[in-house]
Ligand binder design. Sequence first.
Ligand code: NAP
Ligand code: G3P
Length: 486
Amino acid sequence: MFQRLQEGHPVYGNLMGGRWITSQSGKFIDIHSPVDGSLVGKIPAMTQEEVAASIQDTKTHLKEWAAMPVFERANILHRAATLLEERAKELAEILVMEIAKDRKSALSEVTRTADLLRYTADMGKSLEGQAMSGENFPGGSPDKISFVTRVPLGTVLAISPFNYPVNLSASKIGPALIGGNAVLLKPATQGAISALHLAKIIQEAGLPDGILNTVTGRGSQLGDFIVTQEGIDFINFTGSTEVGMRISQLSAMRPLLMELGGKDAAIVLEDADLDFAAENIVSGAYSYSGQRCTAVKRILATDQVADDLVEKLKKRIEALPVGDPRDNAVITPLISERAAESAQELIEDALDKGAKLVTGGQREKNLLTPTLLDFVTAEMDVAWEEPFAPVLPVIRVKDVEDAIQIANRSEYGLQSSVFTHNIDQAFYVARRLEVGTVQINNKTERGPDHFPFLGVKASGMGTQGVRYSIEAMTRPKVIALNLQNP
Ligand code: NAP
Ligand code: G3P
């Protein structure tokens, strides 16, 4: 049973060994829509024993899966991509209601995921091994040759966040599967329904039983248990720095790939095209109400341009449609009322300490109007914390050195933007920023999804991006040939 109807609402199961099961405990979690509070569906609250059984189940056919030729594994991912495209509208509607993502972005999340799966399949087929001769090393001999291939790690635990339940589940599952691993997916509770639809599609594409299992349940209850299970050979986590830190403390000796929080800065220098910068920053900061790890989360503008830039930002921010994601509003209700309250606390703290409210700041339940704060200083929490909401602080800086220094003072290091026409200046800044990626004259963003994507400091460890993800979830296997001269 993937899904059955109970009083008109879908009740979902979890995939285990090719079957869709609910918890023997009979417990479910109601998933209410952040849009209007309606019940989107019920997901099982799995017990620890059921999680352990699901992990064990991934071992049943793991050897056959790893031995399957890569082109066959790739065909399954290609079929999954086609099914995703065929069902894109249906899945987008679920995303709209489950996580309040506007329809256009929801659709784009699904089609982007189909592209990602295809690219992953093709990348898997084109990865080649390596042969190395011993003679290249001092004292070595041409009679010693190593053959290096990549082999899977085993069972990958994929833990995904609420904001991209389809894409950030698939970007773990796809590369893990093409590498010959089995996957246990633990999606975010709010977002789980969309992720279960993805799992169903991958199953329908022909994935053998037990190679992708899912478990739903609250991370606060299942998390510590699941990340410490012996049968987990790799943890691929995207989510908050707080949870990521906990996982890294608990997961002793288990390899990890973690994409965590961010406080991406947009640095705007004197010679930037301010209309272009404002356009990019507004789209980068406010799309999906700022609930993106790569959202622009602070502006560092030099004193010379700050007044003009703020004026241009204000005009654009006030034109953003606010409201229902079904009407394609850009600013939609946040994932929870608690999230909106925390963002409001950041706004109030800044205003109490002397920041100027340029626009926004109104909240009704979980809907917060797009907010711009000017004259934000280092004493204010919003200068450093990630609001994950449509709240953008402007920190005015003296010059480029000041901008670099404040940018690097953050505990995070995901991405940064620098807006300038001077390419030498752009490179000067880019080389000094302690982040995974610097965008020159663009908003911060992850895509295209084959680029390496990584955070430094508290923003993560390891590198995503199709090829990088496959490499992270496989290891080299070396077979050394020692020739005897006849
Ligand atoms: P979150 O609260 O950290 O949750 C992420 C996932 O971890 C969910 O599946 C959650 O399950 C699970 N979880 C919770 N507690 C756990 C524990 N103790 N052990 C193991 N798993 C646990 O993050 P979120 O609110 O979904 O997402 C927002 C955060 O993710 C932001 O900080 C954002 O910057 C970050 N993010 C980063 C990236 C990136 O690529 N750098 C991308 C997207 C999001 P439940 O839902 O059941 O609690
Ligand atoms: O927050 C999720 C992260 O993967 C961002 O992706 O495309 O919104 O930059 P994107």
